[in-house]
Write a protein that binds this ligand. Sequence first.
Ligand code: ATP
Length: 200
Amino acid sequence: MEQKKIILFGGTFDPPHNGHMTLLAGAIAAVQPDLVIVEPAGTPPHKRAGETAAQHRVAMCECFRALFNELIVDDTEIRREGKSYTIDTVRTMNERYPDAQLYFPMGSDMLLWFHNWVAYEELLRRLVIVAHVRAGEDAAPMHAFADTLRAEGGRVIFTDAPVLPLSSTEVRGKIARGEPVDALVPESVAAYIAEHGLYG
Ligand code: ATP
């Protein structure tokens, strides 16, 4: 039997936006997974004040279901006490799904920072990185860095979906200034933000 493929998509998702949607859609097209696990980050101690309640971020992550039906919004990191590292979640998922290969989509900002991740060498053994270059970005440094990770035994694949130059920070800023964000986030997220008066 072929090994099961699981996409583990971690992020703060405060809020999820169309850049996240394109990243995940590209990863799904590239990987053809059996399951997608969305993992909203726990609240880091230094970010606690002013942070959007985890329950709202989890609810908004339901937008990703439009991309793939076999999808779990998992709360492992949110329920964990103290600071949460990707390696802890990856170990948990390897225990929970011992026969599956994990694929981890990430934007270029995250990829280039990878050597600073806690236990990155173990992460390289446990994950296939699905890297995404944002539109307008120079892809060459990303490919060079991927080669460095490969030389260390890592596995990196690139998706070729276009990615929007967009961040959650920008979305929160626009809402705070009273500007519309309907073009930047999925419809369900825009409706949720309006209903709960988030980021105002
Ligand atoms: P913030 O602005 O609050 O820092 P963010 O928009 O960068 O947030 P995160 O939730 O921190 O979003 O990101 C989760 C994952 O999505 C990361 O791997 C990040 O690189 C990726 N990502 C974020 N924005 C985009 C985008 N526009 N295109 C592709 N990937 C993205």
